[in-house]
Design a protein around this ligand. Sequence first.
Ligand SMILES: Nc1ncnc2c1ncn2[C@@H]1O[C@H](COP(=O)(O)OP(=O)(O)OP(=O)(O)O)[C@@H](O)[C@H]1O
Length: 800
Amino acid sequence: MAPMIEDDFVPTLSDADDVSDEEIEVEAPSVPPPTNGAKRKREDKKKPTAVKKQKQKKATDDGAPDELQDGNEDKDSDMLSDFEFDNTERAAALGDFDGWAMGGTAGVDEVMRIVERRQGKAIAAPDAPVSDASDDGVEADGISFEDGDSEEVASDDADDDEEASDDEEGSQVAGEDEDEDEDVAVSVPHPDDLAADSASDGEDAAEMARQKAFFAPEEDSKPTPAQANGDTSFASMSLSRPILKGLSEVGFTTPTPIQRKAIPVALEGKDIVGGAVTGSGKTAAFMLPILERLLYRPKRVATIRVAILMPTRELALQCLTVAKKLAAYTDITFGRAIGGLNSREQERELKLRPDIVVATPGRFIDFMRNSASFQVDKLEILVLDEADRMLEAGFSDELNEILETIPKSRQTMLFSATMTSRVDDLVRVGMQRPVRLMVDAQRTSAEGLVQEFVRLRPGRESRRLGYLMHLCTEIHRDRVIIFFRQKKEAHRVRIIFALCGLKAAELHGSMSQEQRINAIESFRSGRAAFLLATDLASRGLDIKGIETVINYEAPQSHEIYLHRVGRTARAGRQGISCTLAAEPDRKVVKAAVKAAKAQKGAEVRQRTVDPTDADRWQTRCDDLEDEVEAVLREEKEEKVMAATERDITRAENVVKYEDEIKSRPRKTWFESEKDKVAAKQRGAEVLNGPAGGEDGEGARKRKGGGGGKMSNKEKKKLLDRDERVAGKEWKKGKAERGMSGKPAGKPAGKAGGKPSGGKPGGKPGGKPSGQPVGKPSGRPVGRSGGGEKKSRSPGRKGGK
Ligand SMILES: Nc1ncnc2c1ncn2[C@@H]1O[C@H](COP(=O)(O)OP(=O)(O)OP(=O)(O)O)[C@@H](O)[C@H]1O
């Protein structure tokens, strides 16, 4: 039985910390901590005023030396009464709370500009409403970007988290438009589906036994006195006043089921594997106990205590916004390590050692390696949101490096709407007897979701766009997110929407971060009625009032389908998903319909579209083909011109700031471009089946349309191989890892790295430093001192 949490006693972070005077002396909050190596000298060095000014500008200043160096609705009537939110009170407050109200320059729309320019002289506007896109807009609120458009930068951009987007969009490297044709995701079974399909009863039983041994039994926490009296509010959960004030500010009065389960367990410091349907409040489920525990941290020494890792930059930004709002009445501090945003600015924030760092893995590693002031050796809590995604092959290298650097002795929490319970996946993360908290049955969709399917009969697949246009002009006309498998297709359809006068924005990995955020802002604010996105946007995005999700094609797996359709019908609201289902989409559609039928209360319906309506639109779109090509050409020309201008500015800056640039130590990179491509390939293989060797033949055949199913032997082989690779990676020693594909120059062991604040790791004979109270003891600590900061790698990429 879990111990009762007394009103006045909440286990705190680092209660066991031995805070020495030495630490206090060296760690004045605003002064960067002393450290070893050349990097410190650089940080201490006064920068020229010109450079400072440059840094304050947004990333659109292509020539700034930083960039050179960094190269790198409320339809409240729709609320379900049994969703256990307090609807009445929330309605008023929630109207104001929007995790995406973070600014952005909505309206900077290249496609619209080109289309309008061309429409002025070329084609007559169709009889549809005309877009009012303009170039004015609100300035981004505290977000500055890196120049993601530069090819030179992109090729060096090891801190870029494009893995997330690119994996989801196929194996293509962002920015390489020429290769788009290779970016075709073949409709083949997802390995998870295969595993589920092929698992024999014997394997099931063995896995169940392993899970029983691996997970701690879930115990009901003893109700607090308030709860015993029937109080189900947050106030009954022993949360402190500042947290309750934050909650009331955002209008959360009653915990959702996952929050009710997770908060007490997380407050005890236990590891958690949590799963609950999309839009059910998982973010607050891990954030609230973290904030509560941080209230009781020792405050004399600033230390990074919590890292929250997300698979995409947009999610990280969203999570940060929500966290800051919940923490509005506390003194808890936040930092970012998010790809695509200005890294100097983030580095400055991180130097202050914020309590919580919200990060994407690539940028997190970049700071671990290249910023001496980024100390993660005192990390006490690690959260992986969208954890099943983070555990996929595309992220395994990053995750391994992070896990081997941060203290083994920590609390780890994993959350996702499609959370895996497979022990092999979870063992990798180094969890200790985690508590499994699965609120909803596996593979369920939100209660308020109606799932529509439009069947495209054989021979009518080529009319897909005609169907989409009909749906978007006649049926689902506002607050619609449309998912595509390929960036290229999303962009093409975006141009067609613009040519037809439909207000749309697009979101995919070939866009700069600034464009990505502007696209979300444009959709969020209602300037764009449609958001045309790839699976970059399928997970986690919480944009208020999305009424409909359209799947232009079904995604690769049922899991991704659930995440996509989960962008609507969130937090007890109603929503519709509409999937265009032709023969290649069969497998996923079948799984979705089967799951929905098994789910009590889930509504599935078939929508019929008159073929002549679809044909009329298709003909119209076909007629626009030449115009689409012309727009694409103009876009390309503008890109080339912009790149040339950037090169000139860059060259001028190299000359102008030569001394400053040379004085900086070079960065080390987590992955070379080649490594990145290889990692993406591995991710794509896991999703689509291997592309080379014996298995590759099968994959090629499938891609070519022949033989769509993997044999049982192929499935087993794929799974076995993944398990072997994962197990090996995790067990490998540092030295061994250093020799196998990790970037050259990475030290195999500790090289004089001093833990943050000069405190030696681990109290002699005591609990390892940073071990939260209430944490089950006995976690094997694989490294001395609960984590050493890696020394800066002498390895250098490229050579200036
Ligand atoms: N206790 C609560 N009361 C009212 N609204 C809530 C509560 N908790 C969360 N919400 C709202 O529910 C919505 C969904 O929350 P959140 O984004 O955390 O869902 P999620 O479970 O992480 O979804 P996904 O699986 O898609 O990432 C948000 O708009 C949030 O503001």
